[in-house]
Design a protein around this ligand. Sequence first.
Ligand code: AMP
Length: 299
Amino acid sequence: MSVLVVGSTALDSIKTPWQENPRLLGGSASHAAVAASFFGPVRLVGVVGDDFPRRYLALFERRGIDLEGLQRAPGKTFHWSGEYEVNMNNRRTLKTELGVFETFRPALPPAYRRTPYVLLANIAPELQHHVLDQVVRPRWVIADTMDLWLNIALKPLIRLLRRIDALVLNDSEARQLTGEDNVVVALRKIHHLGPRIVIVKKGEHGAILSGPDGLFLAPAYPLDKLVDPTGAGDSFVGGLIGYLASQPGSLRRNLRRAVLHGSAVASFCCEGFGLTGTLKASLAKIRTRIRAWERMTRI
Ligand code: AMP
């Protein structure tokens, strides 16, 4: 089944202590859509400016990502730049230039309205609402967010939590949203705000899935070299929903495996700048990492 992904489609300039790369293909929706495309058909909703390189559009097309919902507007593409410290858990945003994103209103082509799986990747909560207003009876909706929206758009974000099946956020965001340091208590508080499924990402320490079947602890794949973690969170949720949409049977039964597939795709993302690590992955390589986890966690 198809997955609809809405979010940012960006040019990212990324600096690490060892390397600098300007104007890479980035954005929450780009990472998530490519991650989901390992498993099945993906529809991308976003906006790019007239400076968006043709080769990046071709890359999406080569992966079978449907671009009917990708608006092309006069002006500059959303541009984000960030810098990592030697400890790559620490990242600083250097600049965010909204460009065509400033006036973006996602409009779903009629063919997209009945997409069963919907990923509201990281963008302003108002835009996430606007997409939900246009989809017809989706089977499963998951949303991602970031600290910026907790700071400047908390009200619409809280309203969104009543409209979605699942929320994914990182541990510091969970703390900020609930005012609670203990992640187990924070999860409980987030469930009370709406979503039946909550996933807290803990970077190199994996992710915690919380839902009707209790807690599930998913490890992060142990990597010996981290090149660029930008987009790992987006790849995680993209891989997760892509896998879920590709599987027959009950969502509830497939969810834990979906979290592992998301973690596996995220690990590939961290192994290269921008999307290069993810693009070196394949379904076979993803499965190999999942088998390795099974060996590493068996007692
Ligand atoms: P992550 O590493 O998962 O936090 O995601 C990084 C991606 O988020 C980059 O590719 C950026 O282009 C994108 N991004 C950064 N700031 C924003 C924002 N305010 N809204 C939407 N996407 C953003």
